[in-house]
Design a protein around this ligand. Structure first.
Ligand code: FAD
Length: 305
């Protein structure tokens, strides 16, 4: 029996929800990618621990999946297990008058709505970022002058120590938050939750700000075509989209992948794009921008598989 089959048997015995041979296209906003052998949907921390522990024992590779809104999956897919933290792991509660805590699978926009209903301000910038809180912590997601760093008081996680997955937490500097990075970037840890510090505000003003940000997104971003958000990180002293536009690259295509005509900072899936198409398009854009402007654009989208 293959190790992933042994893992599937274990998940079944433990009552942990999972699917087999799942196309990753259906689990990312880019709608690109091959299949993953196992996709588990744990619903509490104990289940996440069990899954991670067993996968390690069986030498099955793993990655954590939120909403897949910042991921480009390879055409070959992923041999191993994806641990999906979504709906089944998305509780939110109020710690005190101005502090919220949540599990990491909750969509950011749902958390924003919750904060608005409690008359709490400070999180409006995140409304419309189509990820989970786990993904937003991992990436230190940000928009419209705000970022997760501004509101995060602490993060909770599971980390492997002395052979066992154990619960831990980071506060302050230990969260390692900087532009699109956190202490979790490129580390084998599972973010399980976050505590967020906000301020009392007027619910109507909070709502108006959220709606304004959402309508700006709708008018500027190519939301009508599958994409994974900004393709490149912002280079120091400039904007990736301005550089790509300046080089006349809007509309450039490789196979089904295209630099958006609406927003030069986005590569979109204009129809049956493959991962190889996207990577080749990114390479061409990077090469032209560097040649014409001297800026080396760094990919923001995470490649998995
Ligand atoms: P995923 O894409 O699922 O994962 C991203 C990375 O985080 C992966 O490496 C994954 O393994 C890891 N990860 C996810 N959850 C966990 C966890 N619980 N524990 C450990 N690791 C985890 N981003 C911005 O910053 N600002 C924007 O304004 C913005 N606008 C966007 C607009 C569009 C239309 C789209 C499609 C994307 C946009 N993004 C933006 C990108 C994306 O939404 C954010 O990066 C988001 O925070 C990713 O969350 P996710 O749940 O989708 O993470």
């Amino acid at each position: 029996m293959k190790n992933t089959e042994l893992l599937a048997t274990f998940l079944e015995e433990k009552g942990i929800a999972f699917e087999q041979d799942v196309t990753l296209k259906d689990h990312c906003t880019f709608r690109i990618g091959g299949s993953v052998e196992l996709l588990a949907h744990p619903s509490d921390e104990g289940q996440i621990k069990d899954v991670m522990q067993k996968a390690r024992e069986l030498s099955v590779d793993t990655f954590v999946l939120g909403r897949g809104s910042n991921i480009l999956f390879s055409d070959e897919g992923f041999r191993g297990l994806a641990v999906h933290l979504g709906k089944a792991f998305s509780q939110v509660w109020q710690e005190n008058e101005v502090t919220l805590s949540c599990q990491s699978g909750i969509p950011l926009s749902t958390l924003c709505e919750y904060a608005q209903r409690q008359s709490l301000t400070g999180l409006e910038f995140a409304y419309g970022i189509p990820g989970t809180v786990g993904g937003a912590v991992y990436m230190n997601a940000g928009a419209y002058g705000g970022e997760m760093k501004d509101v995060l008081l602490s993060t909770r996680h599971l980390i492997r120590q002395n052979g066992n997955w154990e619960a831990g937490a980071f506060t302050g500097e230990a969260m390692g938050l900087s532009y699109r990075r956190s202490a979790y970037s490129d580390r084998d840890m599972v973010i399980t939750g976050a505590t967020i510090g906000l301020r009392r505000g007027d619910p109507n003003e909070i709502r108006a700000k959220m709606d304004d940000y959402m309508s700006r997104r709708r008018s500027k971003q190519p939301l009508e075509l599958p994409n994974a958000g900004s393709t490149f990180k912002r280079p120091q002293g400039n904007y990736a989209s301005a550089l790509v536009d300046q080089c006349g690259l809007k509309g450039l295509r490789v196979g089904g992948a295209m630099v958006s005509e609406k927003h030069a900072g986005f590569v979109v899936n204009a129809g049956d794009a493959t991962c190889a198409d996207v990577l080749e398009l990114i390479r061409q854009v990077q090469q032209t921008v560097e040649k014409q402007t001297g800026y080396r654009l760094e990919r923001e989208i995470r490649l998995i598989g």
